[in-house]
Design a protein around this ligand. Structure first.
Ligand SMILES: NC(=O)c1ccc[n+]([C@@H]2O[C@H](COP(=O)([O-])OP(=O)(O)OC[C@H]3O[C@@H](n4cnc5c(N)ncnc54)[C@H](OP(=O)(O)O)[C@@H]3O)[C@@H](O)[C@H]2O)c1
Length: 331
């Protein structure tokens, strides 16, 4: 595969607003001894991309810094220390653009060999890109943190979103019962993913409805909506319940924590960010993700497909909540 000297990329020279995003030519990076050069086919926009670009999520971003987290593409070249993969193989990675690693929104990206996974045969690049961040997050939360078991009940706030949809699908795959809160326009979508009960999050009696649906108590409560209503939700939980705290970076009102409900029920709070996941956590998640992708069991709604040249627009659409469904990027 002939690799050009320069490539098109979306990048920033300083953290700040979406107006900091430039689209232009950069030298095509070369893989180190244990790296793989991937020719990009598709990526997606995630909230974390906005936080890294704005500087709200502090991480080392060597400038010019290519933005974007996930990549689906084809192996173009590999370092001599990479035993797996051959030129032309279809692959994916969901951990670029963090901790000094350049991002994914460029025609070519260098991926450390141990962060790269094969794309199962026949899987569409855009369909895969649209789920990678959400399902990676779902796996770390449900498996590593909550240790969700078959037969347990999960309540996910924000089932209509990218993480919410991934959590519903992965929890059902584990064999858990799923209850979710979502906007009315997302009710059918959440049900189609496997949620047994979908409650409109605007309802004043939302938490009474959850209590009525699960009088024995919820085993795992995951808030992907960023509200973290501990005061309302902790009293709804079962003994030894697990609470996943992973959204709300922009939240302005500090939540109230009802400590009595927490310790008398031996409830544990699990804060996590996929950005910190180890290579081994990500590899474990990738095995499940590939099994589900190959079986056609991971779905996401693609709301818009934009070119890399429209990277700033992609950030603005996600920031303003304009997009319904995932924003996928193609070269
Ligand atoms: N810590 C981590 O590792 C990690 C990883 C991925 C994402 N995140 C964070 O997780 C959050 C969700 O990410 P995402 O990609 O799923 O975002 P998203 O696709 O924008 O979804 C957010 C969902 O929350 C819904 N929502 C808003 N207010 C709600 C409420 N009061 N109750 C229930 N649902 C409500 C929204 O519905 P409407 O459309 O009706 O507003 C939307 O469907 C973000 O804050 C993101 O930064 C963290």
């Amino acid at each position: 595969m002939a690799i050009p000297q320069t490539m098109h990329a979306a990048f920033i020279r300083a953290t700040g607003g979406s107006d900091q995003i430039e689209y232009g030519e950069l030298p095509t990076p070369r893989p180190g001894p244990t790296d793989v050069l991937v020719k990009m086919e598709a990526s997606e926009a995630n909230h974390v991309d906005l936080f890294v670009r704005s500087g709200a999520y502090k991480t080392h971003t060597p400038f010019p810094f290519v933005i974007g987290r996930d990549i689906v593409g084809t192996v173009a070249e590999k370092g001599p220390g990479v035993a797996r993969f051959a030129v032309g193989d279809r692959v994916w990675c969901n951990s670029l653009g963090h901790h000094g690693r350049q991002g994914a929104w460029s025609e070519y990206a260098v991926v450390p060999g141990d962060r790269l996974y094969p794309l199962p045969d026949g899987v569409d690049a855009k369909a895969a890109a649209a789920v990678l961040h959400g399902v990676g997050t779902a796996h770390i939360g449900l498996v590593r943190e909550a240790r969700l078991a078959a037969g347990e009940t999960l309540f996910i706030e924000g089932g209509g979103g990218a993480v919410g949809g991934a959590v519903i699908q992965m929890a059902r795959d584990i064999g858990a019962r799923v209850i979710t809160s979502a906007g009315p326009k997302d009710e059918d979508w959440c049900r189609s993913l496997g949620a047994e009960i979908v409650l409109d999050y605007h309802r004043k009696d939302l938490y009474e409805q959850v209590r009525a649906a699960v009088p024995e108590g919820v085993d795992v409560w995951w808030d992907a909506s960023g509200h973290n209503r501990f005061a309302e939700c902790l009293p709804l939980l079962a003994m030894h319940a697990r609470v996943l705290v992973m959204s709300g970076l922009k939240g302005s009102t500090p939540p109230t924590l009802p400590v009595g409900a927490l310790y008398t029920h031996e409830i544990t709070l699990h804060g996590f960010a996929i950005s910190n996941a180890s290579v081994s956590d990500l590899g474990a998640a990738a095995q499940t993700i590939n099994r589900l992708l190959a079986a056609g069991k991971l779905r996401a709604r693609i709301g818009a497909t934009l070119r890399l040249a429209e990277a700033a627009k992609a950030h603005q659409m996600l920031e303003s909540g304009q997009a319904r469904g995932r924003i996928v990027l193609v070269p």
